[in-house]
Write a protein that binds this ligand. Structure first.
Ligand code: VGL
Length: 189
């Protein structure tokens, strides 16, 4: 399993209970991911963060919760920080995305100027396990990009939380037809 990286997607205060765009089950998923990260059953783990400064129409005062959202994960606020239930000891690097435009995929994120795909390839990673928030948005987009970048890709549904049942359902169909392995049962609030 030494070629496996765990990608912890957007487990941030604003996406968990009490945050500005709270996803039901977010803080429980953070705890469950921490247990996964304590196993030694992977080569490395990274985290991504939504990291907004002025992402334009991604924020709205009248959000549709599909393409526009309440302000969230704004740089300089507590909401952008990783949730305290997420143990970060095993996380090798944090990748940030979305400063000036919507960025759902972790593959749009950068760490010290290096994109995620390049960073993983430099470390001989060939397989990824995607976990985090939200199943129907950033987890979905990250897993689709992982496959498109040639990584063998699994989403651990028991380590994800989704915004809405209808979009989770269509996300799972999309992931399956893209060749993403789906493991576990989605968290239901
Ligand atoms: C996300 C909605 C808006 C996510 C980000 O992390 O899945 N969802 N921005």
């Amino acid at each position: 399993m030494t070629s496996l990286a765990i990608l912890v997607i957007d487990v941030q205060n604003d996406f968990c209970e009490g945050g500005s765009l709270a996803v039901a089950g977010g803080s429980a998923v953070a705890t469950a991911i921490s247990a996964r990260l304590r196993s030694a059953d992977f080569a490395l783990a990274v985290a991504t963060r939504d990291h907004h400064i002025d992402p334009g129409a991604h924020f709205s005062e009248h959000p549709d919760f599909v393409d526009s959202w309440p302000a969230h994960c704004v740089v300089g606020t507590g909401g952008v920080q990783l949730h305290p239930n997420l143990e970060t000891a095993a996380i090798a690097a944090v990748f940030d995305k979305g400063e000036f435009a919507a960025a759902y995929s972790g593959f749009e994120a950068r760490h010290d100027g290096v994109g995620l795909a390049e960073w993983l390839r430099e470390r001989d990673i060939t397989e990824v396990e995607v976990v985090g928030i939200a199943t129907d948005h950033c987890v979905r987009a990250t897993a689709l990009d992982a496959v498109a970048n040639g990584f063998t890709t699994t989403v651990r549904l028991d380590l994800t939380a989704g915004v809405a049942p209808a979009t989770v359902e269509s996300a799972l169909e999309q992931l399956e037809s893209a060749g993403v392995h789906l493991v576990g049962t989605p968290y239901q609030a």
